[in-house]
Design a protein around this ligand. Sequence first.
Ligand code: NAD
Length: 470
Amino acid sequence: MDDKTLISNVVAQVLSRMAAGNNSPVAPKPVASSNGLFDNVDLAVEQATQAQRQLAAAGMDVRDGICKLLKKMASDNAPEWGRIELEETKVGRLDHKIAKLGLLQGVPGVEFLKTASKSGDRGICLDEMAPWGVIGVITPVTHSIPTMTANAISMIAAGNSLVINPHPSGVNCLCLAAAEYNKAIKAEFGIDSLINAIHTPTLESADQIFNHPRIPMLVVTGGPGVARAAMQTPKRAVVAGPGNPPVVVDETADFNNAAKSIIFGGGFDNNLLCIGEKEVFVVDSVFDQMMAAMRNAGAVELSAVGVEKLTKAAITWQDDHFVAGKDFIGKDPSVLAAAAGINLREGVDLLFGETDESNPFVPVEQMMPFVPFVRVRDFDQALEMALKHEHGFGHTAIIHSNNLANITRMGQAVNTTLYAVNGPSAACLGVDGEGYPSFSIATPSGEGVTTPMTFTRFRRMTVTNSLRIV
Ligand code: NAD
């Protein structure tokens, strides 16, 4: 079977299962030349194990070369892969899908690996950062190809191979890119598939990866359910969980900059990013100024009636809590505007409107380009609400202020992995700010913005009474 036929077969199988509404796994059948695509976890792990051994033997320059190759391919294919991902997942925006693939250029590679050493009267010791081996990976629908690629760059830089269980709604685009990466790596470096993906992903295949004896480490990027499941495994698990980033705007903020930043962060890819601005708390004395700044910067304000209509349509009550409606997650502002009863002009990135704290858009991680603005008495109340609605995820918080005491106090209190001050949340990942990107921000497990060092095992060699040359 040639590569194109294999990929189209995989895509056809998945599409027909989706059309039939059948999520049961397809019977495992070994794939002779898979380019890393498998319907069987054991076979994928076997392939990943062999490839990881090849990578270990090949050395650092080859790891570096592979990372550079992945970045180049992501960039070269960004328009096409961005389109394919949007067509399949139906969430987000094409220009930002393409931009996210471009962002991968900044993902750290082998240069991030550090070896520490100590030399003393009794000899030397060397702290090396070794690979784990085969890493089990779970990817979200919100950034299918970018998460796989960023994970692959960091993990391969650290000497590992991957077995991925993609989100079922983003599996085809991920498999297409994985197969392309594997073919290119094989052609240039002679190493077989390092990036292996289950093209028939189910909860059962995720579970097999979670429990596979030859997978020592898991890296899980997703919402509360999968984050909880990963935190409960006895394995080493790097867990990039959900967020609901609050924004605080106090009396001293630069309102124009705050508006520009909130529109960029909250509007990016229709607010799919876990770091994206999700709710804003503005001090009463400057509330009207801030709303005016939002309008001036190009966001469109919904009336109270509009907010009510949108809320009824887009957020539903399920069991005992509110959830974001699937028909609205990651959709364009025009779709939300229609639900709110207005026709939107072209080129609007974000809708906003005044709500009170009890509106479900405030507590729910809505992933939609509408951001609720809540009027608060003072900074103390803003901070209290920000803490409450971040839900203790420890993910991301944002402040717009020129009051150093407020900036410091909020930073200490929110205790989030990312804390953006006077810029968009994305600044923390190197977009118009200092930092570097990753698509897996490990929050409950604490590793933070993942890098190659995240995917290494500490190993020390101590040589007693020799090898010291001074
Ligand atoms: P999701 O939780 O629906 O799915 C994520 C992945 O987990 C998918 O592959 C899914 O198939 C799998 N999954 C779900 N439940 C599982 C279970 N019980 N066992 C095993 N696998 C399971 O999330 P999504 O809609 O794809 O992505 C959006 C969510 O991910 C948001 O909550 C967002 O904040 C979060 N996210 C976090 C980061 C981060 O870096 N912290 C990055 C991107 C997305």
